[in-house]
Design a protein around this ligand. Structure first.
Ligand SMILES: [Zn+2]
Ligand SMILES: [Zn+2]
Length: 242
């Protein structure tokens, strides 16, 4: 029997529901669905009111910016995110990163394109660049989660993806263990570009979680320093703003 590469991949990494992790079955006649029937429509996309700069959901509908964006200058032009970082999204991203659920990238990438395809076009994005992992962490995990999502999104949008344009030169401590001041120092000069001159106009940065925005901002700074005209950010999930 001749088993195609795709079928073999399906067999080794059967597509799973990104929210409940059940295997999604497919037949010869129909592709497997992206989520199982029970989890369809789960969770809700980040809606309004949201911060005009970073896209964080806000409690106060009258505020234009979240607390963080209202008091600091950011290197990127605008950011958007798909879901609030909580509940099933948090669990899903945990399995994606730490339990090798690489197949979830398909769903995340497709959903990002569905939700923000128009926005991406409006911003005039010409290239997609994932936030990189340090070499050490990449070795431990075996894959860069943001890279997988960027590749899928690029495919959906017909945009080139440059997974190695940004390098993480400093191995930083897990950001969640630090306070804001420590986070900033922790990330100082954490990124470098692999090309001396970045001849890309409008770059879209991809990450899985946006918390204080320091990571995105430092990466955007580096890209602009190297010559990028404008940088935008897109994350799968985002923390709540104040
Ligand atoms: Zn499910
Ligand atoms: Zn904000």
């Amino acid at each position: 029997m001749n088993i195609g590469k795709d079928s073999l991949l399906h067999f080794l990494f059967p597509p799973r529901c990104p929210f409940c992790d059940r295997v999604l079955f497919h037949s010869l006649f129909a592709k497997s669905p992206l989520v199982c029937r029970e989890c369809e429509g789960l969770p809700e996309q980040v809606g309004e009111p949201a911060c005009c700069k970073c896209g964080k959901p806000l409690q106060d509908g009258r505020a234009e910016y979240c607390y963080d964006c209202g008091r600091k200058e950011l290197a990127y032009a605008q950011g958007k995110a798909l879901w609030a970082y909580k509940g099933p999204v948090k669990d899903s991203l945990y399995r994606f990163k730490y339990q090798n659920r690489q197949e979830y990238a398909r769903y995340y990438g497709i959903q990002l394109a569905r939700a923000y395809g128009e926005w991406i076009q409006r911003c005039g994005i010409s290239a997609v660049v994932p936030i990189p992992l340090s070499r050490k962490r990449l070795r431990q995990r075996g894959f860069n989660q943001a890279g997988l999502v960027a590749i899928r999104l690029g495919k959906e949008m017909g945009l080139p993806v440059f997974p190695n344009l940004l390098l993480r030169v400093r191995d930083t401590t897990a950001q969640k263990e630090l306070n804001e001041e420590e986070r900033k120092n922790n990330l100082k000069r954490a990124f470098k570009t692999s090309a001396n001159k970045v001849q890309l106009d409008h770059i879209l940065l991809i990450d899985d979680i946006y918390t204080t925005g320091t990571t995105m901002n430092e990466a955007a700074k580096e890209l602009k320093r190297a010559g990028a005209a404008e940088v935008y950010c897109l994350s799968i999930s985002i923390g709540r703003g104040y």
